[in-house]
Design a binder for this molecule. Sequence first.
Ligand code: COA
Length: 315
Amino acid sequence: MKIIGTGSALPRKEVTNDDLSAFLDTSDEWIFPRTGIRSRHVISDERLEDLGAVAAQKALSDAGLKPEDIDLFLCSNVVNEYMTPGLGCIISSKVGLTCPSIDINCACPGFIYAMDIADSYFQAGKVENVLVVCAEEPTRMTSWQDRSTCVLFGDGAGAAVFTRGDGLKAVKLNAEPAPDKIWQYRALEPTPYVTKAETSVPLQMNGRDVFRFAVTTSIRDINGILAASGLTLEDVDYFMIHQANMRIVEGIRTRLGVPAEKFPCNIQDHGNSSSASCPILLDECNRKGMFKKGDKLIFSAFGAGLMSGVALLEW
Ligand code: COA
């Protein structure tokens, strides 16, 4: 399969580090050197499904396809206001899709998990065109009194349209189950039978363990997919790394010994938008005209689970 269209959409409201320090004991001097983030787009009066629909429409238009051309819609999302139906169904109704949609909740590597699923459908000969939308609002998961988490995240949606072709060279998913490293708990509706105590808990994260996992896993994933494909780091034109934190991205880049121009970054004014980060970065680079035919792109993402994924794609 190959990518023939990309799109993205961001909330209107931009919140700078200085904006945060107006109500939180934090500062640009603390946040920027540790994360590379100066501002982030934050959902206010928008709805996530509208951002997802705009990203989808832009990707369809970039691909020159209509909603009815899509045979499968994969929607990556961790949290949104609906428990049911899946966010994919809601975005489908806004975009005019009529194909089946599957929601996946694979946190930050969701775009790569979606690519792996799409690839299986293509290989089975079941589809001609697949739409992937990653729509995330992690700023609704954190406590805005918790300076160790809320400063890290931003919201948004990214999309890509895939068609038959020889673009995806390899994709590999990994999981090292450790649900206590990043988690959020939502209390469900009470029943007469549930006697255990249940309360909602905002996002909790062991930042240092996640940092370590992200850097070591991404390096292992990238070296692994290159070795399996008979390629070297020099053969890769762009490393599209999940935009979690500039120090993570830089840790990966410097340990691999790759020049900075091969590591596009937008964390500075986006923050970590979970699974939306890779397709938003992809769309921004695509619209700048950075990619030329034959360029080799590696996607690497990691996050809650703990899960990771890596993909090698030729443009
Ligand atoms: N502003 C000011 N001070 C802050 C702060 C903030 N936003 N957040 C935390 N602090 C304080 C802490 O309270 C602590 O103070 P103390 O020493 O008085 O207790 C101090 O800074 C150090 O906190 P710590 O959590 O140890 O900082 P750190 O150096 O590990 O950096 C992260 C924290 C979150 C930036 C870092 O762990 C990280 O980047 N982790 C990866 C997170 C991530 O990307 N997750 C998503 C992956 S998909």
